[in-house]
Design a protein around this ligand. Sequence first.
Ligand SMILES: *Cc1c(COP(=O)(O)O)cnc(C)c1O
Length: 427
Amino acid sequence: MDKLLELYQTMGVSGQVYAYGEKALEKLADRFAKIDQVAEYNQAKVLSAMQRNRVDATCFMATTGYGYNDNGRDTLERVYADVFHTEAALVRPQITCGTHALTVALSANLLPGDELLSPVGAPYDTLQEVIGIRPSPCSLAEYGVSYRQVDLLSDGTFDYENIRKAINEKTKLITIQRSKGYATRPTFSVTQIGELIAFCKSVKPDVTIMVDNCYGEFVETIEPSDVGADMIVGSLIKNPGGGLAPIGGYIAGTQKCVDRCAYRLSAPGLGQEVGANLGLMTSLFQGFFLAPTVTASAEKGAIFAANLYEPLGFRCVPNAAESRHDIIQAIELGSEKAMIAFCKGIQAAAPVDSYVDPIPGDMPGYDSQVIMAAGAFVQGSSIELSCDGPIRPPYAVYFQGGLTWYHAKLGILLSLQKMVDAGIVTL
Ligand SMILES: *Cc1c(COP(=O)(O)O)cnc(C)c1O
């Protein structure tokens, strides 16, 4: 191990920070073993879906133009549907990001006069303009879709009484965000989401339930589609892309919902029949194949970070001991200066762009400045080691990703080193 420490020292990690990290790790063996068990189960789930759907070399051929009869694309969509236990799935490089996938799912399944309900508080920042909570051209509000929101109770649980009151004859679609996103509320377990879905359906059986599944895929052995969600939606530059997908999003759900999404994404009448794969099928299949172990690596990184920072007095969400339902670790650093130091460390550990210094800046879709650290092979990929956060109290960084656990570990050690060097913490 002295050899490793020597190498780490040349990369900027001091013996003191390294030793502090090793001490924190000693206590995590059992939790890491449990993560490995989930990954093993999910690996088998993905593999068996690929086998059942007869993935073969013809699936990796590029198509161009209209993309009619695209066997690779169609097979990939069957594999996703199989893994998520849904009737259908739409998995496309033409879906540009998670926000786009969610926008397609919402606008395909909501018509003028319908109401959208979020029973879990405000949705992710970028969705606020999609819905029209912050006015924006082409928002759902502009098309006559109204919106209602029920906040979580102060202990982070569902406000069932007010959810019941909020569901009315106009309520068409209920959106549930699994991950905390940029909020410091808890992420919900799939079981909790299942309870909320059952409650909503008991109040209004024909309501459509959509779950924003971003960052949640493969963290548990079941997904929200296993507990009653009509649609689950996510980004391929997060968990299910396994770090290899260069672009894309997915919507998996009932045939009826997915058909409408396909008509919205391409055109009414065309639906899933068009959309060339542009040669991306190897990355999308192989990324999905790697996703369970990549997600496990990211989760280990998140737990390690919480166990390093919480004892130093920083509030961590989830806390160091809590069970995990997504790969995001929020750490409340208390100042802009600490956010910058933390991000510098993550950046310095990257395989790409390690020599640049992150600084806060404006971002489309966000209403305050944001700082980001990412040295990713796929630009903006947040399944790769990265962190970001809006520059506003409580000055929380949202740390996520790590294609390998060892890279995540080094990034977290370097973040702590920068905090020590800046005089923000003393070990
Ligand atoms: C990342 C994320 C989104 C948006 O995805 P983008 O790919 O960044 O557009 C939406 N919801 C949640 C919970 C997310 O984490």
